[in-house]
Design a binder for this molecule. Structure first.
Ligand code: MEV
Length: 318
């Protein structure tokens, strides 16, 4: 028996890093998705294949966790343990979401894997079960993530998220805007960036506390702006949020250049999205201005995506 599930990537509009320390943050799902097909097979172990990485590996349980496919195996394994059904499997990953971009590729793959594996073994999980199991796979990739990535990828739409309180769905109409994402071309690891920020925060707690407090207040204001459809205010708050991210040490010259180019080309706001240090920037654009912003960014970035906010979270496919 075979089952296919898909889940969206995400963009954090405000609050990455600060969310790790329990400040609120806001994320939206986007119309780039990861698809996973899980198939019961004869034999033993879990064979994981990734079309994008061009890799395949059979896992039997004692492989090193450093394998790039290990988190997919781990998501399948925790799902089988949870539903109490074990079987040899093939798990195939097809994803539109660029890895290590800040767009939540690993969480989307984990969410789709959990849903597909459970369904292939005859169990349809509820969304909260899918999100919780995907979080366990995310821990393998990122250390101690906040949980925002697996949550937005499971539920879709726009959410305000706080680690100890979970999420609130924002009532928002994103039809007036589009998001433009541009690649810095610099590799980075979310786990390492989070650890670096934590080290700096531990060194200067009195300086960092007001920055974190400001980021939390900013996320609340951004949530209000989104619900009021005030995207001009959201853009301004994204710019302020970028300043805070620079302050905590996750920006660099390449990211700054992309951010300023997007703003100069007419974006309402532009900032790092995700862990920073590399990956992508996001520019909030009024519909009609996105091509101008994308064109300006293409002059300095080799990969630019124009995406929409998507209401759809995890779903089963025929
Ligand atoms: C990663 O998409 C966002 C970070 O805030 C890490 C996390 O929330 O776990 C940098």
């Amino acid at each position: 028996m075979s089952a296919v599930a898909s889940a969206p990537g995400k963009v954090i509009l405000v609050g990455e890093h600060f969310v790790v320390e329990n400040e609120p943050a806001i994320a939206v799902a986007i119309n780039l998705r990861a698809r996973v097909r899980a198939t019961k097979v004869e034999g033993e172990g879990v064979e994981v294949r990734s079309r994008e990485l061009g890799l395949a590996q059979v896992f039997r349980g004692d492989e090193p966790r450093s394998s790039p496919l290990y988190p997919v195996y781990f998501a399948a394994k925790v799902t089988m343990e949870y539903i109490g059904v074990e079987s040899p499997l093939r798990v195939e990953v097809f994803s539109d979401i660029p890895p290590a971009s800040g767009m939540g590729s690993s969480a989307a793959v984990a969410v789709a894997t959990v849903a597909a594996v459970a369904k292939a073994l005859g169990v349809k999980l509820a969304e909260d079960e899918i999100s919780r199991l995907a979080y366990r796979a995310e821990e393998i990739v990122h250390g101690k993530p906040s949980g925002i990535d697996n949550t937005i990828s499971t539920y879709g739409g726009a959410i305000a998220y706080r680690k100890t309180e979970g999420f609130l769905r924002l009532e928002a109409d994103f039809s007036p805007i589009r998001l433009v994402l541009a690649d810095s071309g610099l590799p980075r690891s979310t786990g390492e960036m989070v650890a670096r920020v934590r080290r700096l925060k531990a060194k200067y707690p009195r300086v960092f506390e007001p920055l974190y407090h400001a980021a939390g207040r900013l996320a609340i204001e951004a949530g209000k702006a989104i619900e009021a459809g005030n995207f001009r205010a959201l853009g301004e708050l994204m710019n302020v949020n970028h300043g805070l991210l620079s302050a905590i040490g996750v920006s660099n010259e390449v990211l700054e250049r992309l951010v300023y180019r997007a703003r100069e080309a007419g974006a309402l706001g532009a900032k790092i999205t995700g862990a920073g240090g590399g990956g992508f920037i996001v520019a909030l654009c009024e519909k009609g201005s996105e091509e101008r912003v994308a064109k300006a960014l293409r002059e300095v970035s080799s990969r630019v995506f124009v995406v929409d906010v998507s209401g759809e979270g995890v779903r089963y496919e025929e």
